[in-house]
Ligand binder design. Sequence first.
Ligand SMILES: Cc1cc2nc3c(=O)[nH]c(=O)nc-3n(C[C@H](O)[C@H](O)[C@H](O)COP(=O)(O)OP(=O)(O)OC[C@H]3O[C@@H](n4cnc5c(N)ncnc54)[C@H](O)[C@@H]3O)c2cc1C
Length: 434
Amino acid sequence: MEPVIVIGAGLAGSEAAWQLARRGIPVTLHEMKPQKMTPAHHSEWFAELVCSNSLRSNQLENAVGLLKEELRRMDSLILACADEHRVEAGGALAVDRHSFARAVTERIRSHPLITVVEGEVTAIPPEGNVIVASGPLTSDALAGAIGELFPESHYLNFFDAAAPLVTFESVDMDSAFFASRYDKGTPDYINCPLSEEEYDAFWSELCTAQEAEVHGFEDKQVFEGCMPVEVMARRGKQTLCYGPLKPRGLTDPKTGKEPFAVVQLRRDNAEGSIYNLVGFQTHLKWPEQKRVFSMIPALRQAEFVRYGVMHRNTYLDSPRLLDRYYRVKGQERICFAGQITGVEGYVESTASGFLAAVELARRLEGKPAVDFPRETAVGALALYISDESVTDFQPMNVNFGIIPPLGYRVKGKRNKNAELSKRALEYLEHLDLS
Ligand SMILES: Cc1cc2nc3c(=O)[nH]c(=O)nc-3n(C[C@H](O)[C@H](O)[C@H](O)COP(=O)(O)OP(=O)(O)OC[C@H]3O[C@@H](n4cnc5c(N)ncnc54)[C@H](O)[C@@H]3O)c2cc1C
């Protein structure tokens, strides 16, 4: 059998290659790292997490928790490696980004049916089955080739930012304290409190700090779920206190009270030597990040091991171009997977790679496609991405709004969401994924 060509060994491409190979389909996986790096990738490993080390909520009352559980039950490589390399983060699934990426790379490289080819792909292969999973930072040459695939302009853009990382030993633990919100789970977060005066000074410097030049960027083009902290600050003095600096449910042991504002730090590696500033994605100039973020009392002496950066994120107008299996309409040998399809986030990207590969494997084996129902998170996401009635297409995180309601009343949002998840997992049990 001719190998399937997968372009990009990110989250989607790694998952797709793995799902094909474990069904006996040979794969040629092309990855341009380390020969050529995107502006946000730094390591040679596959499935590199370019910003946060969190795959978000792990709870079934949350749609991304459901999506993870579905993937887990269907033997996703990314979820297996994430579970193996998790670091404590309350109800979220966060990972040691280095050991996670290394584990994915080792599993892929040691699979006898996967051949890894290093180097940039600059054209869509003219024949054979192809999964394009080159991500939001697809190289320019390949982006040009994808553009030629579609006669009209179907590329859309938004901007995405990453948050800085600091060393644990540089955080002033006399000022900060460990706790998780409302004391749920283990106290995994470092909380950096600010008094009202400290917050006021921080906020006003943040609003006026110098931003890095990002070609073509305007504040309105940011994805709401990943908004730079300075853009959020400019929306109003209190906005951050309802967002990343929310103090609710966090009691400072020194005062016995909720601080005026709190910056949370989440563990970034298994050793706990590096922490990231939760919700602090930013595109301030690097010296400005150091100056302004060091106004947070516990971070006065903070050592920044990585600063936040912002990049243009490219995705396709998928409702016009792709079907429910992420295949190009009219050219079914080519499919897209990952963030380039307009799914937003690590887990969502993984899910699209999974679905595209399962469908392709079954087609190659002469089996009927698996129609993941809308009641499942994996299915709902694919159906949303390919829904022609969506006119102003924006990147989409998985959420319960794209899953059909239960049809009966359940009291309380958490209970209702738990029921939706229960139903989804029951549907999943009846699917033939062989
Ligand atoms: C700055 C930034 C911050 C982000 N922060 C978050 C976050 O905190 N949380 C979150 O959930 N999501 C975040 N995202 C979105 C994130 O990119 C996706 O969630 C996820 O990484 C996408 O997975 P993917 O497999 O589609 O692409 P990627 O993981 O980017 O993988 C694509 C791979 O393709 C390779 N590649 C590109 N072009 C070529 C080529 N021509 N030939 C061969 N290989 C190629 C790349 O080197 C890369 O390894 C962020 C994105 C950006 C850009």
